[in-house]
Ligand binder design. Sequence first.
Ligand SMILES: *Cc1c(COP(=O)(O)O)cnc(C)c1O
Length: 388
Amino acid sequence: MKTVYMDNAATTALNKDVLSAMLPYFTEIYGNPSSLHTPGQEAHKAVANARQQVGRALNAADPEREIIFTGCGTESDNMVLLGIAERYQKKGKHIITTAVEHHAVLYTCQRLEKKGFEVTYLPVDEYGRVTAKQVEEAIRPDTILVSVMFGNNEVGTIMPIAEIGRICREKGVFFHTDAVQAVGHVHIDVQAMNIDMLSLSAHKFHGPKGVGALYVRKGIVIPALLTGGAQEHNKRAGTENVPGVVGLGKAIEMACNSIDETSARMTKLRDKLIKRIPELIPEVKLNGHPTERLPGNVNFSIKYIEGESILLMLDLNGIAASSGSACTSGSLDPSHVLLAMGLPHEVAHGSLRLTLGDDTTEEDVDYVLDVLPRIVERLRNMSPLWNR
Ligand SMILES: *Cc1c(COP(=O)(O)O)cnc(C)c1O
């Protein structure tokens, strides 16, 4: 049986050219970038080159100083929140974020609340969006950080990042965006968008798992989360994951070089699913913004059945999908994102997320459109809630 992978928001397949770029750094070029000998310096050069690749992808002014490699997107988010809180608490202890952030941001904010920080969780509209005006109105003299995600991992909604960036710059408040879902899929320019800090993760754009990066605009001081050696300009101790960093650099370069073609193709496939699913299946509701949306994200509430049972049946048919986020599946709590968007509990429970990758084909989409309506019909026929 074929496998149709529609869970690219959870993770993506490693691109083969990215793998080829990484391989020599496992075997031949294995030096420690901190070592002064030739093998060490070759590894050092590879890390420096990857930093330039990331900088170019984001249009950073000074990649050498502004890009820090981390262990994952989660680490980048933690480093920003905990670091800014530690370093700038004399200015104030107020942080602004949104109710629909990834748990890497939300749970770290909760940790800060326990330490005496005050966090404003901006509510979202029915599409999962906040406005720049909401951010503006929430900013206080003691606000030290605004953290708003670029694109939502569950419902795909894209936030008005450039507008929020402009407000934060005007008000002199640091602006961080968790762009883990957006990098490689949507054009990002940290200078034009007034982004001060940005988190990204390689495995969300066909790079390797276990490596991320953090952009920090020159002039902003973030204390190290990990202390020890002087790696990453003293900002992140620990011997560099050289093959991973090389893979991240190659993957971000490839994704950004073909971003227009790829996102146009993915958007077309996404919109085919968004148009056809309600035509083929009654009583479904699209979650997330209809147009301000990540190119690969489709999220529907399928009323009167549980998301988990759809997932199991899809899996039996070779389709890998998700209900809400991978981190919350396995628990019975409905998604905090869908609840924040105002969905009732029972509707939030029946959500199905299909996320496309660079490698998704029209054939994959047609297969889903063939299988899904039959699964839903079978499940609904067994459901006491479904009464036709
Ligand atoms: C996946 C994801 C993260 C976490 O990234 P990891 O590299 O898996 O730690 C953070 N934020 C968002 C929006 C994500 O989609």
